[in-house]
Design a protein around this ligand. Structure first.
Ligand code: NDP
Ligand code: 2IT
Length: 445
């Protein structure tokens, strides 16, 4: 395999899809050696078949606002690879959504889902619809229109969407309601459902809990724990919430939160009622974090800045892609940060990752560290199939074990000669081998 040549060819075919090309390049670079040691992969064209999605659905989503005005957004579903199980991955509603972003997310999802040890293929979808400042009925009409088009292409054994940025429990409810009406079936076609209608306990906090479980394993490799550590967190959404809760429970102090308007620094720590407040802030459907600094004492608000300038022991980016660049990474390193572990998908730029790894600092890539979200979606699918509900403890124990197993797989495939664990390599190789072997078994399709 010649990675540069493959990327060049992809750039020609898909010009301007920078996030997609960034994600593909990272994976190919880290699996190159393994790939070349297995000539059967080359003969079967595994890479050529893996980097292109099986299919992409693009559709128009018309909806009316509360004043009766018509609007049109674009909807997408990218079914990337189903070698090891039904297509599985979230839906993102955000104005920045485009094909490149969804292709990067769908591609990453293949390896992430493989790492979970559960039978799930990779997919992603969403829309450039902005749910912020929309009324509940506007969001409902949008979700219904989105599902009116999508429902033909999904199913409990075919493709199982879930949430991502801008899609939480409320949106999954509206999407599910419309699916059920059209299909006349009550099946596990979506995950992140409400507890009364097929959802799983722990799913809302699973991604965040999983990130902390994974970071805990990472810290263990250098004889450290969360106890007494300071943590910088970005974002204040679904993922950030679970992280704040679990990190606090393990004895750490979370000192930052961020939104697109800037970040808040709360040296006393964001726990208890402050986490509740963070949830309320999100529920207002506004996207700003500044009100937190009015609500609590001795909190600083830093407009248009990233939290990575604060001196902390652990950094957990949980907002969005490419939100931590080389300068941010350098600041964290200069301030003695021990561990950077990704709650979001691809939040660190390639240059940031390079400098973090050069300094031999613990670095956990999103596809391993945030896999607890989709892992617990997989557990929701199992419960739906069995028509049974596991207890909170049962689901949490299974999630914890999944994160430990992912850490073990990363360590097995990523430990370098000097003992440093290259988690990027470990996660990519481990995720890739399973999918590649499944594709080999199944012939050229
Ligand atoms: P949410 O929509 O709940 O929260 C994301 C929040 O981050 C939004 O408030 C968003 O604001 C904000 N944000 C976006 N860009 C920035 C930025 N540059 N700086 C600071 N804040 C920003 O989404 P989730 O918590 O679900 O997702 C967060 C990340 O985690 C994403 O990368 C997602 O792909 C990933 N993830 C999510 C999983 C899940 O189960 N939900 C599972 C695994 C990964 P705004 O919309 O105004 O930009
Ligand atoms: O990026 C992700 O893994 C998610 N948004 C969760 C996907 C899922 O199907 O639960």
């Amino acid at each position: 395999m010649n990675v540069d040549q493959i990327i060049l060819n992809l750039e020609k075919k898909h010009p301007g899809e920078k996030e997609y090309l960034q994600a593909v390049k990272e994976v190919l670079e880290s699996i190159e050696e393994t790939y070349n040691e297995n000539p059967q992969f080359e003969t079967a064209g595994i890479i050529e078949r893996l980097v292109e999605p099986d299919r992409i659905f693009t559709f128009k989503v018309p909806w009316t606002d509360d004043e009766g005005n018509a609007h049109v957004n674009l909807g997408y579903r990218i079914q990337f690879n189903n070698a090891i199980g039904p297509y599985k991955g979230g839906l993102r509603f955000h104005p920045s959504v485009n094909l490149s972003i969804l292709k990067f997310l769908g591609f990453e999802q293949i390896f992430k889902n493989s790492l979970t040890t559960l039978p799930m293929g990779g997919a992603k979808g969403g829309s450039d619809f902005n749910p912020k400042a929309k009324s509940k009925s506007e969001i409902m009409r949008f979700c219904q229109s989105f599902m009116l088009e999508l429902w033909h292409n999904i199913g409990a054994e075919t493709d199982v969407p879930a949430g991502d940025i801008g899609v939480g429990g409320q949106e999954i409810g509206f999407l599910y309601g419309m699916y059920k009406k059209l299909a006349r079936k009550h099946t596990g076609v979506l995950t992140g459902k409400g507890l009364n209608w097929g959802g799983s306990l722990i799913r809302p906090e699973a991604t965040g809990f999983g990130v902390v479980y994974f970071a805990k394993e990472m810290l263990g490799t250098i004889g450290e724990t969360f106890k007494g550590k300071t943590v910088a967190l970005s974002g204040f959404g679904n993922v950030a919430w679970g992280v704040a809760q679990k990190a606090t429970e393990l004895g750490a102090k979370v000192v930052t939160l961020s939104g697109p308007d800037g970040f808040v620094y709360d040296p006393a720590g964001i726990s208890g009622e402050k986490i509740e407040y963070m949830l309320e802030l999100r529920a207002t459907n506004e996207d700003i974090v500044r009100p937190y600094s009015y609500e609590f004492e001795n909190v600083e608000f830093h407009q248009d800045k990233h939290p990575w300038e604060i001196k902390v022991d652990i950094a957990l980016p949980c907002a969005t892609q490419n939100e931590l660049d080389i300068e941010d990474a350098q600041k964290l390193i200069d301030n003695g940060c021990l561990c950077i572990c990704e709650g979001a998908n691809m939040p660190c730029t390639p240059e940031a990752i390079e400098v973090i790894q050069k300094h031999k600092i613990l670095y956990g890539p999103g596809k391993a560290a945030n896999a607890g979200g989709v892992g617990t979606s997989g557990l929701e699918m199992s419960q739906n199939s069995m028509k049974m509900n596991w207890t909170r403890k049962e689901v949490d124990d299974k999630l914890h074990q999944i994160m430990k197993d992912i850490h073990h797989a990363c360590k097995t495939h990523g430990t370098q000669k000097d003992g440093y664990i290259d988690y990027v390599k470990g996660a990519n190789i481990s995720g890739f081998i399973k999918v590649a072997n499944a594709m080999l078994d199944q012939g050229i399709v």
